[in-house]
Design a protein. Structure first.
Length: 337
């Protein structure tokens, strides 16, 4: 059994958590050695409903998906719970439901209902007293102190950094274990979060390519005082391979060859993304699984938006490689001995 998220944070280890949204993405990430997984509300809304992250998924949608992922993986799961799905009674039941499902940390935010994706404009937050009460109820509702409360504020975009930091400090006093200031808009703002909230609770950063925040390396985030970085869109690489379905349409009614290519990027220099993109152009419709001597979160940030199926260590165990490939390809297309 993997170490608990609380115990990992207590050691000072920096946690990289890729986004997962169903068992395909969760199984791949679970076998890659991450210390935590992040169940993204955006991913659930997109995969389950085919709709934007606008508060349309229900508590039942989310808790059942969280249960499936938590019970089907070994890695600690951090799970998005939006605003708690209603009033304070809803927050209480949401916390208890997520905890019973096997989630190790629940994320609750201070947006109004219905909420919006954290990197969109015109988000509005509830009054500070109401937001603090959500966190207080969440802390009281949990049955074990090992179940962590992640308190998120979306105040930065509409009300500025002063209000965002003020709310985060209030959430820490209410008992939150992890503070999540959504969408700082510069490295300097991340530095301010780290400087002003250091010691109040653990700090979480949200890394979204093309979002409102700059993409910072895990080394930089750790130096600024952060303990966790989530990458909500990282697990969507397989979905970005949807263009390969065009190969089924006439006159190209069969898969191109080769169907899957393993690429060792350990020796590549310079613009790695450019080199990989060039390889993709030479084999259109092919699924790529990258392998490297050192797998880092920056690789996920660099390659997953390009439609790469995954990044694995070069010395990966044969069973792990076999399982990863099995999830990327139908077993009938594989022959591995």
């Amino acid at each position: 059994m993997a170490a608990s998220l609380k115990s990992l944070l207590a050691t000072g280890e920096f946690i990289v958590a890729p986004g997962v949204f169903e068992m395909f993405s969760a199984k791949i990430a679970d076998r890659m050695g991450f210390k935590a997984l992040y169940m993204t509300g955006y991913g659930i809304s997109a995969s389950h409903l085919g709709l934007a992250d606008a508060g349309l998924v229900t508590y039942r949608d989310m808790v059942e998906r969280a249960r499936t992922i938590a019970q089907g993986t070994r890695t600690p799961l951090i799970a998005d719970a939006d605003t708690g799905f209603g009033g304070l009674l809803n927050v209480r039941e949401t916390v208890r439901g997520y905890e019973a499902a096997g989630v190790q940390a629940i994320q609750i935010e201070d947006q109004e209902v219905p909420k919006k994706c954290g990197h969109t404009p015109d988000r509005r937050v509830v009054p500070l007293a109401d937001a603090v009460k959500r966190i207080e109820v969440a802390v009281e509702a949990r049955r074990s102190d090992d179940f962590l409360i992640v308190a998120r504020t979306d105040a930065r975009t509409g009300l500025g950094m002063d209000e965002a930091v003020r709310r985060a400090k209030a959430f820490a006093k209410a008992g939150a274990d992890v503070l999540f200031v959504e969408s700082p808009e510069s490295e300097e703002e991340f530095a301010r979060v780290g400087a002003e909230l250091a010691g109040a609770a653990k700090l979480l950063a949200n890394m979204v390519p093309t979002g409102r925040s700059p993409m910072l390396s895990e080394e930089k985030l750790k130096a600024l005082g952060f303990s966790i970085a989530i990458y909500p869109s990282a697990g969507m690489g397989a979905a970005w391979q949807a263009d390969s379905l065009k190969s089924l349409l006439p006159p190209h009614n069969c898969y191109p060859e080769p169907h899957l290519v393993l690429v060792d990027i350990s020796g590549m220099n310079g613009d790695l993304r450019g080199e990989v993109t060039q390889i993709q152009a030479e084999y259109p419709g092919t699924t790529f699984l990258l392998m490297s001597r050192n797998v880092t979160s920056s690789m996920l940030m660099e390659y997953m938006p390009c439609g790469i199926g995954g990044v694995l260590p070069l010395d990966v165990e044969p069973d792990v490689l076999r399982h990863s490939l099995a999830l990327l390809l139908d077993d009938s297309l594989m022959s591995m001995n």
